[in-house]
Design a binder for this molecule. Structure first.
Ligand SMILES: NC(=[NH2+])NCCC[C@H](N)C(=O)O
Ligand SMILES: [Mn+2]
Length: 304
């Protein structure tokens, strides 16, 4: 099997977050050599685009900036999909998920709906009516489900890029009542952190993979680094105690991009200003490396 080339796409957006430092997350990982680290002779990896949001101040401006950014990011993702590459979107704050998954849903629409695994400490399912912060990175899940700000939810002129039964959220441990109520009303499967601790992240991810592949044409993974324990990934703007251990995440993500139907990956919320000894950058490298193996085994690579 020929592996798809990895099209790294930098989502330079921090306007969606209360702390905008993650705007420079993709650039920092690029400068550290992420593409070179992931590239294999038989499976190229390279930066195909860097998309930058315009800066914004007030809540209304920030929502506008994120909406304009989303459609430009969606175009970059669409180009990668058309080339037959695997888009790997590197955030940036989590509002970039609106652009990424709207593009994937639009591209796969003729074949059927897409599934999405959302690994995150948060639910990110606010609408402007329920959000206490008005931060757009707390809203992408609602937008993808077709709720809330129409500037985000209505990309490509249709609502409901992800159906509730095709979405699984894993690792949630910090959320507000309004977003939880929306997801529960819609029947979204949420694996809160106590369940992840009880069953193990690996078992949870296996169930999540099965769910997102059921009756869908493709599926993807959106991984927020704040899902990890802050000890392993301190470099995020909204860290939450008692998260997923890095080793467990690496084990569970191994080979994930080679599972049938995997359409795109996304890794978000790396905030270099908060990193400690490059620990979160290293975690990002390791997670992406685990998730995107090439078909050639390491040993074969050595003797080749
Ligand atoms: N993608 C994230 N880190 N989201 C954090 C959201 C935090 C909080 N629930 C809010 O809406 O402001
Ligand atoms: Mn998030």
């Amino acid at each position: 099997m020929q592996d798809k080339a990895l099209a790294l796409i930098g989502a330079e957006v921090g306007e969606g977050a209360s702390d905008p430092g993650c705007k420079w997350g993709a650039r920092a990982l690029r400068e550290r050599g992420l593409a070179e680290f992931l590239a294999r002779p038989e499976r190229p990896a390279g930066w195909s685009s860097m998309v930058r949001a315009r800066s914004a101040q007030s809540a209304a401006e920030r929502l506008d900036a994120v909406a304009a950014f989303s459609s430009r990011l969606a175009q970059a993702v669409t180009r990668a999909l058309r080339r037959g590459d695997l888009p790997v979107v590197i955030g940036g704050d989590h509002s970039c998920a609106v652009g990424t998954w709207s593009a994937v849903a639009q591209a796969h629409r003729p074949g059927g709906p897409i599934g999405l695994i959302w690994v995150d400490a948060h639910l990110d399912a606010h609408t402007p009516a329920t959000s206490h912060t008005q931060a757009p990175h707390g809203m992408p899940v609602a937008a993808l489900l077709g709720h809330g700000a129409s500037a985000l939810a209505g990309l490509y002129g249709w609502l409901g890029k992800i159906r509730p039964e095709h979405l699984v959220i894993v690792g949630a441990r910090s959320y507000e009542a309004g977003e939880k109520a929306l997801l529960e009303r819609l029947g979204v499967r949420i694996m809160y952190m106590p369940e992840v601790q009880r069953r193990g992240f690996g078992a949870c991810m296996e169930e999540a993979m099965q769910r997102v592949r059921r009756a869908t044409s493709a599926w993807g993974l959106s991984f927020d680094l704040d899902a990890l324990d802050p000890v392993d990934a301190p470099g995020t703007g909204t860290p939450v105690e008692s998260g997923i251990g890095l080793q467990a995440a690496l084990d569970a993500l191994r080979d994930c991009a080679r599972q049938p139907g995997c359409a795109a990956l996304e890794l978000v919320e790396y905030n270099p200003a908060h990193d400690v000894d490059g620990r979160t950058a290293l975690a990002s490298f390791a997670l992406l490396d685990a998730a995107t193996p090439s078909s050639t085994a390491p040993l074969q690579r050595l003797v080749a």
